[in-house]
Design a protein around this ligand. Structure first.
Ligand SMILES: Cc1cc2nc3c(=O)[nH]c(=O)nc-3n(C[C@H](O)[C@H](O)[C@H](O)COP(=O)(O)O)c2cc1C
Length: 352
């Protein structure tokens, strides 16, 4: 899945955002090397078969979305034996790669000994990775996704070493502590320090919002593997820019062919959701608004203040159309204002 010799752009797991329909859309629209599922929480028992398939429908299709994007299953839990049994069961059902979540900051998850709570227990990180490693076939990669620490960035040195000792095939590091949540700043330096010290691939993650951010992250960490979350969801061009800078694609032609605007992207999400996991209309509206809200955060969608009031799918698409017209009109006005007076009449007649 992750070839140490080849750069990679990985779609981050984001619970409630990068579900199976969104992964299918990203497989169609993005240049991602692979995606990681949202976490599947392992509590008292190994989940039943149907839970694995509901969580990762791609298991039924060779661990790829129907649009061809490879998908890795992520598990979360603090009990090494149960994590191992669950990983083994996932592989019996077809999983071809397992990721272990040591980064989730959610209070409920942490109270129940999962996600970032393990960052305070480096040896347990090693034991969980080792148990999962031993339980799955040799050809199945086992990776670990870590934050820098619970409350200290320095903890990543020991935690990453423990993940490596447990036999992780690669590790992904989100450059923040659990206590920092999602607050800036991001710390990429410790990711580079781990990469230089450990003999396994390190995937850099966190706050890559723009092409410049990516280049700084690459320069600071020296990594060749990057995981993109919110930035790539909110700005579909970003993953293409990163993939182009990594030499995986050539940007101009491929991006032009794929760009279809927000209405087109949202329609794809509706189509894949209806195909895979039908939602009631109001939930679908909420999903569309969630995507547009992320796009607004990253400056890719200036009309969120209007669309957030939409209550039906028709509202969303009508408002999108209206906002596109407004944008076009403003754009035209700007162009009219900026053309030389002599060509004003000519420009105007071309526009109508
Ligand atoms: C809404 C949301 C849900 C997330 N869910 C998961 C998850 O299920 N598993 C996981 O490992 N990380 C999860 N993350 C963390 C992301 O994978 C990623 O590490 C983080 O967003 C930083 O990357 P970014 O700045 O590119 O978004 C989540 C993040 C967000 C914002």
């Amino acid at each position: 899945m992750l070839d140490p010799c080849r750069p990679a752009v990985i779609l981050a797991p984001m619970e409630g955002v990068t579900d199976a329909p969104m992964r299918a859309v990203q497989g169609e629209l993005g240049p991602f090397s692979f995606a990681v599922t949202e976490f599947l929480r392992i509590t008292q028992w190994v989940p039943p078969r149907h839970t694995f398939f509901e969580h990762m429908p791609e298991l039924a299709h060779g661990c790829r979305t129907l649009t061809g994007l490879p998908v890795q299953l992520q598990l979360l839990g603090g009990d090494a034996a149960r994590m191992a049994d669950s990983a083994a069961r996932a592989c019996e059902l077809g999983a071809s790669a397992i990721d272990i979540n040591f980064g989730c900051p959610a209070k409920t998850v942490n109270r129940h000994d999962g996600g970032a709570a393990l960052l305070r227990h480096p040896r347990r990180i090693r034991d969980i990775v080792a148990a999962v490693r031993a339980a799955v076939p040799r050809n199945v990669p086992v990776s670990a996704k870590l934050r820098l620490g619970w409350d200290s960035c320095a903890a990543i040195d020991e935690n990453a070493t423990m993940a490596a000792e447990g036999g992780a095939t690669w590790i992904t590091i989100h450059g923040r502590t659990r206590v920092a949540g999602y607050q800036p700043p991001i710390y990429w330096e410790p990711i580079g320090r781990v990469r230089r010290r450990l003999p396994l691939p390190v995937v850099a993650n966190g706050d890559i919002w723009t092409r410049d951010d990516f280049r700084r992250c690459r320069d600071i960490t020296g990594c060749r593997h990057f995981m993109l979350g919110r930035g790539a969801i909110g700005n579909p061009l970003l993953a293409w820019q990163v993939a182009a800078d990594l030499g995986l694609i050539s940007l101009p032609t491929e991006w032009g062919e794929h760009d279809e605007g927000w209405a087109g992207r949202l329609q794809r999400l509706i189509d894949w959701t209806q195909h895979m996991q039908p939602l009631r209309a109001e939930k679908m509206v909420a999903r569309l608004k969630q995507w547009l809200r992320i796009a607004a955060w990253v400056g890719q969608f200036p009309h969120f203040d209007q669309i957030k009031h939409a209550t039906t799918l028709e509202d969303v698409f009508r408002m999108l159309k209206d906002s596109a017209h407004t944008a076009q009109r403003l754009d035209n006005q700007r162009r009219i204002v900026s053309v030389p007076v002599t060509s004003y009449n000519q420009s105007l007649s071309e526009m109508v």
